[in-house]
Design a protein around this ligand. Structure first.
Ligand SMILES: *Cc1c(COP(=O)(O)O)cnc(C)c1O
Length: 454
């Protein structure tokens, strides 16, 4: 990597002097020489020194068709020639109307109403609030608890943290959060009920049933990341788990909130993860890939039945009193429409399925590495869990920073990855070329070997 640019030096100093980075141990950041991104081209991001990096994390799970896609760029330019922002509080806007129609066409048919916001956390927050308010206005105010899963991540606002379970993200805030109930997610590599699939018959669902059976009168909804838990380290649930959760939610009369913020828009090889098991959730939360990775925009979709409980005279105060300033931002909606057009034009879902097959072939040899414990893949979402001892599945000490060091090493070889704990995450844009995919996996392989050998 060449680092000569005096401007880069100055920018890094200014960054370190002013910016507090998300999910970042800032002492580590201060001691590092960060990369400063200036532009991008296709599947590459380019820093201020002209170094090119393959974007193997899709700029944190959002980029769909690559960077600087002509069609999306043009849609944004065209929208800029009309209006950059107008509010949905008391006014309609053309792109928000057109996008809602488009989303209704491709999402599960029971979903007929869409509420916009601007990020994944708020998409979940909106679902939690509407679910609770629905029960409240249905004469069941005692239905105010939520069930989520071990390893759940639904965002960083207080409501979404309350249904989150990953200790590092929520433990310190526990005293400030409302109390949720947790059922085990199907983490097969470390099975919560010590069985193995498929002979287990998905016995981990029994605990969820137990909770619902005992407490359904107090429960508003079950919140799930369908098929894959992203931030838990790409935990891929076996076939039937999602369907089972949906069946139980229905049986015990609680809502099903599908948080498809990460898995939505093709990531799993289906347009939406719920499609894979023909599940019809009461809420569908969408964000990350919605705008192709261009703009912060989110949507929470729900059913006619739920929507109707919010009707009535103004003075009844049945309305949903919630909204964000940039709700339904026209630029975001314009980017999202162009993104959906490209899914059709480029047959993106087929392409994801093909790339996923190649990905599986490329990943197979990595199982032989001494410290690769588990490789999980669904579509173009991959987690490679590194362990100290393969036999006992024991973890490396946190302070060894193994995952972090592997991802820093891939960077030094031109690939941007980001680990979660000691799980290496690979989430390339769907526009990734075969040769690029090969390059990514080869580099990750070599980096794991290099770092874990020491
Ligand atoms: C990223 C993510 C969120 C939060 O989205 P933000 O846009 O970061 O607020 C929520 N749920 C899941 C499953 C996610 O992956």
């Amino acid at each position: 990597m060449k680092r000569v640019n005096a401007r880069t030096k100055r920018l890094i100093e200014a960054d370190k002097a002013n910016i507090w980075h998300p999910f970042t141990a800032m002492s580590e950041w201060q001691a590092s020489t960060p990369i400063v991104i200036e532009r991008a081209e296709g599947n590459y991001i380019i820093d201020t020194d002209g170094n090119r990096f393959l974007d193997a994390t899709s700029s944190l799970w959002v980029t769909v068709h690559g960077h600087r896609v002509r069609e999306i760029d043009n849609a944004l330019k065209s929208q800029l020639g009309k209006v950059a922002h107008s509010t949905l509080l008391g006014l309609g806007s053309v792109p928000s109307i057109e996008l809602a129609e488009r989303l209704m066409e491709i999402t599960p048919k029971n979903l007929t109403r869409l509420f916009y916001s601007d990020n994944g956390s708020t998409a979940v927050e909106v679902a939690l609030k509407i679910s609770y308010q629905y029960w409240y206005q249905s004469g069941a105010p005692e239905k105010k608890r939520f069930v989520s899963f071990t390893g759940a991540y639904h965002g960083d606002t207080f409501g979404s943290m309350s249904v989150g379970e990953v200790g590092a993200f929520v433990n310190k805030y526990r005293p400030l959060l409302f109390k949720s109930l947790y059922a085990p997610y199907a983490y097969c590599y470390r099975c919560p009920v010590k069985k193995s699939y498929p002979s287990c018959k998905i016995a981990c669902l029994d605990k969820l049933e137990e909770i619902l059976k005992k407490k359904n009168r107090e429960i508003a909804a079950v919140v799930i990341e369908p098929l894959v838990q992203g931030a838990a380290g790409m935990i891929t649930a076996p076939k039937g788990f999602l369907k089972g959760v949906a069946r139980l939610a229905n049986k015990y009369d609680v809502h099903l909130i599908a948080d498809e913020v990460a898995v939505g828009f093709g990531r799993t090889g289906e347009m939406f993860a719920c499609d894979a098991e023909k599940v019809r959730p009461d809420f569908l939360c969408l964000a990350k890939g919605l705008t192709g990775g261009y703009m912060p925009l989110a949507a929470t979709l729900t059913t006619e039945k739920i929507y109707k409980k919010f009707l009535g005279k103004y003075e009844d105060f049945n309305a949903f009193f919630h909204g964000h300033t940039y709700t339904g931002n026209p630029l975001g909606c314009a980017a999202a429409i162009a993104n959906l057009d490209l899914f059709e034009k480029k047959k993106t879902i087929e392409r994801v399925k093909e790339s996923a097959i190649l990905m599986a072939t490329l990943l197979a040899p990595l199982t032989e590495l001494t410290h690769v414990g588990d490789i999980r893949q669904r579509g173009l979402m991959v987690g490679i869990e590194l362990v100290k001892n393969k036999k006992s599945k024991s973890r490396f000490a946190t302070k060894e920073r193994v995952g972090y060091r592997v991802s820093m090493d891939t960077r030094n070889h031109g690939i941007i990855t980001r680990s979660i704990g000691d799980t290496m995450i690979i989430m390339p844009p769907f526009s990734i070329k075969k040769s690029e995919l090969k390059h990514i996996i080869r580099t990750v392989h070599d980096s794991i070997k290099r770092i874990t050998k020491k």
